[in-house]
Design a protein around this ligand. Sequence first.
Ligand code: RP5
Length: 170
Amino acid sequence: MSKPTVGIIMGSQSDLNVMREAAEMLNELKIPFELTIVSAHRTPHRMMDYATTARKRGLKVIVAGAGGAAHLPGMIASLTSLPVIGVPIKSSNSIDGWDSVLSILQMPGGVPVATVALNGAKNAGILAAQILGTENKLIAKKLDSFKVNLRRKVEASFKAIEKKGWQHLQ
Ligand code: RP5
């Protein structure tokens, strides 16, 4: 098994239901990743250790998910120069999800976090793969076929609508 190039982390096990979509996407693309829990507030020393050793351990991208006062992605980005993709999660301590979105999105100048949509872990997995795909032709090829499949699905649905009429489709 080759070494993980993507690190998927989340603030709590309660985030896993959302974050598993990033893992499933990377699995589908056969990209080795590691997945663990790192809490900015409850395990701050572990967070520092994770971020400062990430590059040495072979990671190239970090996908970090958190909800509510979602400081994990931004703090990880403050501690490493690896690209960090932030996944805002609508968690039990979120008011309506905007708190998680804004905590991850509104980073100060100099410390970017590439923020996906609320609960957008699938897109975070795809974006991580796309970053790796800038250097890795095999990954780029798989992403190209992924996009072709997206197009084909839409084509199939508009062709079915044009042929049968929308009333006959689910
Ligand atoms: C955040 O608080 C975590 O990322 C999670 O989304 C949220 C709630 O955590 P639990 O109380 O469920 O552990 O730090």
